[in-house]
Ligand binder design. Structure first.
Ligand code: NAG
Ligand code: NAG
Ligand code: NAG
Ligand code: NAG
Ligand code: ZN
Length: 358
């Protein structure tokens, strides 16, 4: 009798414990969250999922804020493969950090019940950076909603701040789709990887480059899945496979809410550029490197209304999972990829102006 009561007491305590752990994350995924809330959320996620989540600090921004990511996977001594995802390299693209938060929530939820996610988290670690350009993101909340770049000062005597981090990577740096005017929204910096935020990604990913199967970098807007390279004179060695997998992701996206995403290289479907993190990742050997340009098509642009956060995240999750699952199965199941005839539309490159740069 005493034992029975004691057991019930223990069960009750652990139920309270579970309820407390779950309810301590009262995070709203379907509004835009300022940086302090994103940071608090990261800490809560790590605290409530200590078995699979750790926070990794891997750099400092220009204004000396710590850049950190959530490493998510079954802890293991064995060497694992890895998936990279970063959001918020461009400050004003607020739907991107919202997506990273949603993505983390979804994979942690799926892990509890879905054998496929359990298998993937056993074989791979997910490295998710919810906000890469933290200084710029904060600036877009406090001062200038449409700020894009980081916050480092320009070269000597320049009257503007900020470098476009997605033109600063060591990938045909400075050759096309950039500006050397430090006031431009596509200012590429003084030299490749001059910016601390680009350095953080370059060193962290570069130091374990062999592990990474996917490099997914999340932007808005335009409803596009962009693949390497941004420079029109270079073609990825696995271009056909990148197109095929990208088209599969676009189809997965369409199935969720009927939204159409266009797949192709930057010069084919958007505009040519150089120095992007995606191109750097592919040049370094990461096979599946994609840029997601989330909703919308320009109606609201960077100021996507909050009532579109949920559907945008739902469809993009499906697209991202398609790419990740393909990369996983190709590596771990030696599954032969089904080759479907790739079908895509090549759109004329959009005009490059300061206001519609994605
Ligand atoms: C710096 O800028 C000022 C004002 O634009 C200009 O008068 C001056 O010549 C510049 N100095 C250098 C060294 O470029
Ligand atoms: C550039 O940033 C510095 C702080 O690093 C600030 O004092 C200055 O006002 C900024 N310049 C412009 C043009 O916003
Ligand atoms: C691409 O190659 C062609 C032919 O070699 C050359 O004329 C052109 O300048 C190159 N484009 C760029 C952007 O470098
Ligand atoms: C958005 O643009 C793409 C082309 O980039 C087009 O295929 C699609 O139909 C557009 N969607 C909407 C909702 O306008
Ligand atoms: Zn962008």
């Amino acid at each position: 009798m005493c034992n029975g009561a004691g057991l019930h007491f223990v069960v009750l305590l652990s139920l309270i414990g579970i309820a407390t752990a779950e309810s301590s994350i009262n995070h709203d995924y379907f509004k835009y969250n300022p940086m302090t809330e994103v940071s608090n959320w990261m800490a809560q996620i790590a605290k409530t999922h200590p078995d699979v989540v750790t926070i990794v600090e891997y750099g400092k921004t220009y204004e000396k804020r710590t850049i950190s990511l959530l490493k998510i996977g079954v802890k293991s001594e064995a060497k694992k493969k890895a998936i990279w995802m970063d959001c918020g390299i461009h400050a004003r693209e607020w739907i991107a950090p919202a997506f990273c938060q949603y993505f983390v929530k979804e994979i942690l939820q799926a892990y509890k019940t879905d054998p496929k996610m359990q298998q993937m988290m056993t074989n791979m670690d997910f490295y998710v950076t919810p906000v890469l350009n933290i200084d710029g993101y904060i600036h877009s909340w406090t001062t200038d909603r449409l700020w894009r770049k980081n916050m480092s000062p320009g070269p000597y005597n320049c009257s503007c701040n900020g470098t476009d981090l997605n033109r600063n990577f060591d990938a045909n740096w400075g050759t096309i789709g950039v500006s050397t005017d430090c006031c431009s929204n596509i200012y590429c910096g003084t030299q490749p990887v001059s910016e601390p935020e680009a350095q953080a990604v370059t060193y962290f990913v570069g130091s374990r480059i062999e592990d990474f199967l996917c490099f997914l970098t999340i932007h808005s807007y335009g409803q596009l899945l962009l693949l390497p390279y941004g420079h029109p004179n270079f073609t990825a060695s696995n271009y056909d496979e990148l197109m095929e997998v990208g088209n599969g992701a676009a189809e997965a996206i369409r199935k969720v809410h009927g939204m159409s995403y266009t797949v192709g290289t930057s010069p084919d479907v958007l505009y040519p550029n150089s120095g992007s993190s995606r191109d750097w990742a592919r040049l370094k050997g990461i096979p599946f490197a994609y840029t997601f340009e989330l909703r919308d098509n320009g109606t609201f642009g960077f100021k996507l209304p909050e009532n579109q956060i949920q559907p945008t995240c739902e469809e993009a999750y499906s697209g991202a999972l398609h790419i990740i699952t393909y990369a996983h199965d190709k590596t771990f199941n030696s599954a032969v990829a089904t080759v479907a005839a790739a079908l895509w539309t090549v759109l004329s490159a959009a005009a490059v102006t300061g206001n519609n740069l994605m």
